[in-house]
Design a protein around this ligand. Sequence first.
Ligand code: FAD
Ligand code: NAI
Length: 462
Amino acid sequence: MASYDVIVIGSGPGGYVSAIRCAQLGLKTACVEGRDTLGGTCLNVGCIPSKALLHASHMLHEAEHNFATMGLKGKSPSVDWAQMQTYKDDTIGQNTKGIEFLFKKNKIDWLKGWGSIPEAGKVQVGDEVHEAKNIIIATGSEPASLPGVEVDEKVVVTSTGALSLGKVPKKMVVIGAGVIGLELGSVYSRLGAEVTVVEFLDVVTPGMDAEVQKTFQRMLKKQGLNFIMGAAVQKTEATKTKAKVHYTLRKDDSAHVIDADVVLVATGRKPYTDGLGLEAVGVEMSPRGQIKVGADWQTNVKGIYAIGDCIDGPMLAHKAEDEGMAAAEQAAGKHGHVNYGVIPGVIYTHPEVANVGATEQDLKEAGRDYKVGKFSFMGNGRAKANFAGDGFVKILADKDTDRILGAHIIGPAAGDLIHEICVAMEFGASAEDLAMTCHAHPTYSEAVREAALACGDGPIHS
Ligand code: FAD
Ligand code: NAI
């Protein structure tokens, strides 16, 4: 039996970051991971592999659609799927090995196997029971299933199967127009599949700014994705090579069937806490299966903390990381903090979509007086040169104080641009503060400045 200051269970972005911060704070730390590699969902079957496939397929799109216009002539590249998978797997390997290196560097013990908590202050891995003054649960999430839909990870797949299909399907049906459905749907559409997205609601990406939702769906349609909106999937029927997706249209209850070679089920994820033994230890759970925590990420059982996808909040890697650092600091007797009002969200399609803070719908519901500063990428020289003029930056600011309340970007490098607004919001900046900051020309970031100017006396280039 070994004795630690902290044992973290799970090595995803929440867990590994938390373990590193614990070690940096001088705590003797171990991290339990049951997978063969560190890094959790994000590095193994989530953020990283999906971004590799998005990058590769975007390069193909550029070659097919924009190269000739720029005077780059010649045969378009063809898809070597096996090589694209190798590239993706190499990318995963480099990242997961990187975490192993960081664990060694910070003297964190990797306890290999599935962990459970036989009692407060103890963690069992295999036959070994270890002592821990503090336990941080970071066991993440898994795909949520849909009644009537049986996943085999070959024909009817979750995101995990979709990242490693045997070949590019001719016809793919995606259930759910959320983040996973649109990112992976884009990948396969660019690679030549006929992709149809079946969505329960009348809008894509629920919860996002309504104008962004409309523009985003229009752009994806233009890229070749088909949408069946307001459709509730009832069941799938699959053989070894094909599937049928049965759905009803909510407007008239009419029943329909659509054929597919592969069906991607992308209808959300749920917390994963199986086998931890939380009930016996008395850790309180929410009705949605999340571990309940207080403002210090501690559960109702002293010394047991929880972070990331297995607690409430957006299921995002960076949210898990921030909580991981904060919980580590709390366990070390410091004052870890997360500002939940400034957590950006990014969709890595082309163009990217990014948001932070309130939407207009939120502000209307809260009865807050606000103003909108909007600027189209059509007025941005760099975007026009790079065939990226479609899209806009929209900044929402308080009508009286001019304080920035939220921002919504659809367009080139949106996922990077959003962070200047995050920093501004962290400092309680006004739109005028952004507007008065010099932005280099020609950069996409000038569109952010112009949107900030649009909150005041007006943008220059529109
Ligand atoms: P996880 O990453 O899920 O890690 C939990 C780890 O705990 C796993 O490795 C699991 O094996 C281990 N574990 C569980 N139980 C035990 C146990 N009892 N003992 C030992 N180990 C255990 N988010 C973004 O911010 N950006 C993106 O671009 C993005 N893309 C995504 C793409 C896809 C296809 C998917 C599925 C998700 C994506 N996400 C993205 C979401 C992101 O992956 C998660 O929010 C993030 O991984 C959550 O981190 P976590 O540390 O809470 O849990
Ligand atoms: P999601 O919650 O984003 O979207 C699910 C969609 O499925 C919703 O639009 C919902 O209305 C629809 N749906 C639900 N039931 C349905 C039914 N019966 N028929 C048709 N449509 C139905 O979930 P998703 O895309 O699975 O992603 C899970 C999580 O992973 C997200 O919370 C996200 O935060 C995270 N993620 C983040 C990424 C990023 O940050 N870029 C990328 C991928 C995932």
